[in-house]
Write a protein that binds this ligand. Structure first.
Ligand SMILES: [Mn+2]
Length: 440
């Protein structure tokens, strides 16, 4: 079977599953139909410029059609109706629908105006709406309480955390594309390129504009690696460390990959830290198994990081002890990972149950985005990190456990910023499949 045929048949299965799960969610919430819009552009304040459109994720879950104001109507027992908004407009390109594998799965229409589009999805009964065009939905007679209904949305979000074979195929493609960028970035770093030059090398290899990436690249030399969401792009060359956190998109699905590279003139203990964290990251991936609560994996990461820091003599006490005294937190101040899919920080990581509710993170890790129990078909990141962040270390310098940290070594390592290694992991029936490592 050709790749195109596989994609088409996997997509048909994906749509059939969406129809099934949406019908169940509608039944549970007593609605007769669901209408989703692709979204309205966000216009900057006192400006006539729009931000790049992020299509409504619930819409993107059904169809990889880009652009604003498209509408999708789902009714039990009917083929989903898709209305493509394509105005007559000479300011922006409005071509015919490009060749694709998905249109046959819809009762497909085109509309020249938004009014015409909404007329084409007029439906009897209790219709629920998801999207950011609630005014248009109300004008079409949809009740206020049926717009972005909490339980219906929660039920669909819950389903989004279990990826279909089609979605996994898309995500694997996004991994492959990002790996081209990561390889080009490493080659540029080896030649002494600046953060800005590495960013451009990444974009060229991935073959897209910055707006087409799932998130802005984090490309940090040396001490800037300790800024978790560093967005600067300096022009100085010859960094000794490169921390690069960058992904790619394929048909709306994201990859989210971090690598940390060092040059030979970097401090040997920092190089050992990078190597040790890489090994530890793989060990955490090995522990991924259905039934394990994700927060337990996060806790294990803290203890392993504590042990690594003891091995390198940054800490003078065991990993367990360091964690219980709160001394691993300043070095690893973020969550171990998050769900990944259409959104980079995909939905429902903290959802308590299909109908909604929040499962809060443990008190020691308020930033942990994933509190769910690990289950087959979930995709999430595993991204431990170790950083030297003065703001977080400060309180421990004079604290009761100050003697447990080798502060001289901390000073020596701080100019190298930090290290993070991040892979994207698919949960299988018996364990996991690392979607990233086969590419980079
Ligand atoms: Mn991430």
């Amino acid at each position: 079977m050709s790749q195109a045929t596989t994609e088409k048949s996997l997509y048909a299965e994906h749509i059939a599953a969406r129809q099934r799960t949406t019908e169940a969610a509608l039944a549970a919430t007593k609605f007769d139909a669901l209408l989703i819009s692709s979204g309205a552009p966000f216009t900057y304040f006192v400006d006539d410029m729009d931000a790049p459109l992020h299509e409504t994720p619930h819409f993107a879950h059904w169809v990889p059609l880009r652009g604003p104001h498209h509408l999708l109507l789902i009714r039990p027992g009917h083929k989903p109706r898709l209305v493509r908004y394509c105005p007559e407009d000479y300011w922006y390109e409005q071509g015919p629908l490009p060749e694709n594998f998905w249109v046959d799965d819809f009762d497909f229409h085109e509309a020249r105006t938004r009014e015409e589009a909404w007329k084409l999805v007029a439906s009897a009964g209790r219709v629920a709406y998801i999207g950011d065009e609630a005014d248009a939905a109300r004008a079409a007679g949809i009740a206020d309480t049926a717009c972005n209904h909490a339980e219906l949305t929660a039920r669909l979000d819950w389903e989004r955390s279990f990826k279909s074979a089609y979605e996994i195929g898309c995500m694997e493609e996004a991994e492959k594309i990002a790996s081209w960028g990561h390889r080009a970035a490493l080659a540029a770093f080896d030649k002494g390129a600046s953060e800005l030059e590495i960013h451009h090398a990444y974009l060229t290899a991935v073959g897209c504009t910055e707006a087409d990436l799932p998130y802005g690249t984090i490309i940090a030399h040396d001490e800037k690696g300790a800024i978790l969401h560093y967005t600067g792009k300096r022009t100085q060359k010859n960094g000794r460390v490169l921390l690069i956190d960058a992904g790619a998109k394929y048909l709306g699905y994201a990859s989210d990959i971090t690598r940390t590279w060092t040059r030979k003139d970097c401090d040997p203990t920092f190089r050992a830290l990078v190597k040790g964290l890489d090994k530890l990251q793989l060990e955490l991936c090995e522990r991924v198994t259905p039934g394990l609560p994700y927060p337990e994996l996060h806790r294990a990461a803290h203890i392993l990081i504590g042990e690594l820091l003891r091995e390198l003599e940054v800490l003078k006490i065991s990993g367990e002890e360091a964690f219980s005294l709160g001394l691993t937190r300043p070095f690893f101040p973020h969550g171990l990972g998050h769900f990944l899919g259409i959104q980079v920080h995909d939905v429902s990581g903290r959802q308590a149950e299909p109908k909604g509710g929040v499962a809060p993170p443990p008190s020691h890790s308020p930033f942990l985005r994933t509190t769910r129990t690990i289950a087959e078909h979930q995709v999430f990141t595993i991204e431990p990190g170790v950083y030297f962040i003065e703001m977080l270390l400060r309180e421990h310098r004079a604290g009761p456990h100050s003697a447990a940290i080798d502060w001289k070594l901390v000073e020596r390592l701080a100019p190298f910023g930090g290290v993070r290694i991040e892979d994207n992991v698919l949960v299988t029936a018996s364990g996991h499949r690392n979607l990233t490592r086969s590419h980079i």
